[in-house]
Every structure is written in C-alpha cells, then in structure tokens.
Design a binder for this molecule. Structure first.
Ligand code: ZN
Length: 431
C-alpha cells in the first residue's frame, strides 16, 4: 500500500527545522519513502490532497496511564498524596479487565483524534491495555507499574515481577515493534532496593528500557533524602536502574547533580506540565535539563490529573511555564517545544519515528490550517504551539495506515467504547 500526500506544508522536524511549502510525502508500507518538492514518479494507491494542511510527525505521549480516563476530573483539588490515597487507589481497587479495556479504549480514541501516534504507558492489567492498543493501530511502550511495601517477598513470584516477565515473553517487539515492553519501578517512594535490584537485572538481561516516576513532588524528594541520604536519581543510579535507556517522568524537583546523572546515562526526562500544575507539584526545570544535555520529551500523564489527552495543550503549557518561571520569552524555542512532543519522545521510546524523512516510520498527522483559530498563519510553528488545539487534527496515520480521518475512527468503534464506559466501567467503579 502506498499513500501520497500532495501540496502539504511539511513540518519535517529534522535538525535544520525544515518546513516545506507545497511538499510531497510518499508512504510505502510502514515507512516514509520520499519527502520533497517534486511530485514523485511512483503512482500511489491513494493520494491525499493536503492543500491548506500541515503534515507533521504524530505526537509521542511519553508518559501516560491510559486507563485513568475513567477517573477524569475525580478527586480534584488535592495534592498528589491525598489524591492517590483517598481517591484514586480506592477506585483502582475495583478495576477489572473489562473496565480497563473500556478506559483504555476511551483514551486511545481521544489521543488518536488529537494526533497521538505512540504512547508510553505505565499501569497494570497490561494484557488488556495491549489488546486495545494493538487494535487501535498506534505504537506503545507498555510498563507494568511495580510497587512493593515490604522486604518480605520473593521477586520471581511477586506479581509485578512475574507479570513483567510474562509480558516480555509474550509481547516485547510484537508486530515488528508496535508493542515494546519496558521494565518499570513506579517510584522510589513506592518500592525498595530489593525490587530495584531485580528490575534493573531483568531490564539488562532482556534488553528492555526502564520507565519510572522521578522526583515528582517535594515530599518525595525530601523523603528519599531522609530514607537513603541521596536523591531518587542518585539512588536509582546506584541500583542500576539507569543501566538501560530510561524514561523518568516529571523530574520536577531534580537537582543540578541529578541532571548530570540523567545526561550521563541517557535518561529522558518527561515533562508533564498540566499534571504537575493540577496536582500543585511544581514546575520542572525543563530549560536547565535541556541545557545540561538531557533529552526532554512531553507527556500528558493520566487523564485523572490533566484532564485531557491534548499534546497541543502540553506544548503550550510547557512553553508558557518555562517563560513564567524564568522571565525569559526565549526559555524554550518553538523548535525545541515541537521536538519535545515528537522526535524526542520517539527517541525516548527507542523508535525510529518523529521525523518526516525517508526511512522513518510513517507516524504522521495532518493539521487543518484553514481552521479559524489558525488564521492568519504568520509562523506555522508558533501557531501549532500557541493557537492550535486537538480538534484541528484531521488525519492520523500510524505505522503507515490511516486510522483517523475527518472525524471518523477507522480502527475503533466510538459508540461501543462510550457504551462500555457509561454502562459498565463507571457504574462498576463509582457506585
Ligand atoms: Zn504518571
């Protein structure tokens, strides 16, 4: 199958920040085969006239919990610890496979309509989450969130460890890499050295990446200093959790010494500005992390602390938050913000995507520049960050297949998803 996008404004997201006017992009199979200003010779199976539209890489949501859309807006007005202990954990205790599938599918529909082509998810019921992701057509790095509150456990038999092993055997690199399994520690404050040692070992010996929450709140940072005499980044370094490529979500309270640790190990810091602001966690030092040489990507975090899946909103909040905390209007340049939402996330996931160039995975979206909120267009990058919203996405192509076009889902049944959420999941969890 080949698809030709013609007459597009192509946001390449290459190092030079190239924007092509009236460009052509040919997709063959799952890959981009050609990008240029001259119509390719090859006749495509389908031509999409992209006049008045931006063709750009799909967004990589580098830290989320898809299922948590079921808890959208629930327990608002609390800090992270109260919100988790008094609201989220009691609801999660009632989850079952069917509810997880409903919530995951709901998030996937929202994400796909908003231009997301890949996610890094951390949760449990991972087989159910993966089943929904596979059906949707996007890519995902899936991590089984591992917590433990006792030293008295045998790792090989411990559910989080056993499930990580089973998931790896069953799903890692499934469908030519559509699904990747990441090893995972939920956070320093919800686990202990025995679990860290097992997980670091398992990641190293199975070639997995790592996904953790890191220094999200001041209480977490200070508690870790009391418990271990070190910051979470330093203690995770000591136990080998950075020995394989890793995603560290939040990094709000990280120190200059932590930034050096993250840089040295190639750890990606994932910035979740909406969630950090809503839970009053703080503002991550994004400009400083970037200056220190750390790869920084963007994530929505769960819909329960955001409360939507819009990567446009994350870009805008990231840009504005950096300005307001530094009093510098150039704290994050437009190219940097766009990279955080695309190619930096793909790099964090270990995927050859996030750039519109021959040989890259065809994860592409079209954004309608003719929408009233995007006119006039003096600067397309600026409009995408500060003026656009998720409803401006009119096409989503994941792995070379168009899965969403002009409001229609081609892999998901939205009516069925809404029915499952309304009639099964919400009554099950909240009554
Ligand atoms: Zn999270």
């Amino acid at each position: 199958m080949t698809t030709l996008f013609s007459h597009a404004t192509v946001l390449c997201m290459d190092e030079a920040g190239t924007v092509l006017q009236d460009g052509y992009v040919l997709v063959r199979g799952r890959e981009i085969a050609y990008v240029g200003l001259i119509r390719p010779q090859e006749r495509a199976d389908r031509e999409v006239n992209a006049t008045g539209k931006v063709l750009m890489p799909g967004f990589v949501d580098a830290h989320t919990h898809l299922t948590m859309s079921l808890m959208r807006g629930y327990g608002g007005g609390h800090d992270l610890q109260t919100w988790l202990n008094d609201y989220i954990f009691p609801v999660e205790a009632k989850l079952d496979s069917r509810a997880v599938r409903a919530g995951t599918a709901l998030s996937l529909a929202e994400a796909i309509a908003g231009g997301v082509t890949s996610v890094s998810d951390m949760y449990y019921f991972c087989d159910d989450i993966i089943a929904e992701v596979v059906k949707s057509g996007i890519s995902a790095n899936i991590a089984r969130g591992a917590t433990v509150f006792t030293e008295d456990f045998f790792p090989e038999a411990y559910p989080a460890c056993a499930e990580t092993r089973q998931l790896t055997e069953k799903w890692h690199n499934y469908n030519d890499g559509q699904i990747k399994i990441d090893a995972c520690i939920h956070g320093e404050y919800t686990s202990n050295p025995k679990l860290w040692t097992w997980m670091a070992d398992f990641a190293r010996s199975h070639g997995l990446q790592m996904h953790v929450h890191l220094s999200e709140t001041k209480a977490e940072q200070e508690g870790c200093l009391q418990r271990h005499g070190m910051t979470p980044a330093a203690v995770f370094e000591r136990y080998g959790l950075w020995d394989t490529p890793a995603i560290a979500a939040h990094c709000v309270w990280t120190t200059p010494e932590d930034w050096e640790i993250l840089r040295r190990h190639g750890v990606t810091a994932v910035h979740n500005p909406a969630s950090n602001m809503k839970l009053a966690s703080g503002a991550a030092p994004v400009a400083q992390l970037l200056t220190a040489g750390v790869n920084v990507a963007l994530g929505t975090d769960g819909m329960s602390s955001n409360d939507n899946h819009s990567m446009f909103e994350e870009m805008k909040l990231a840009a504005l938050l950096a300005r307001v905390t530094s009093l510098d209007p150039l704290a994050l340049r437009d190219d940097t913000v766009l990279k955080m939402a695309t190619v930096n996330g793909a790099r964090a996931q270990g995927r050859h995507a996030g750039v519109v160039a021959a040989g890259y995975q065809a994860d592409l979206i079209l954004v309608d520049l003719r929408a009233p909120n995007l006119q006039p267009c003096h600067d397309v990058k600026s409009n995408l960050i500060y003026a656009a919203n998720a409803s401006n996405v009119c096409m989503n192509m994941a792995r070379g297949t168009i899965i969403y076009e002009n409001g229609n889902f081609l892999t998901l049944d939205l009516d069925e998803i809404l029915r499952e959420v309304e009639r099964y999941a919400v009554p099950k969890l909240f009554s």
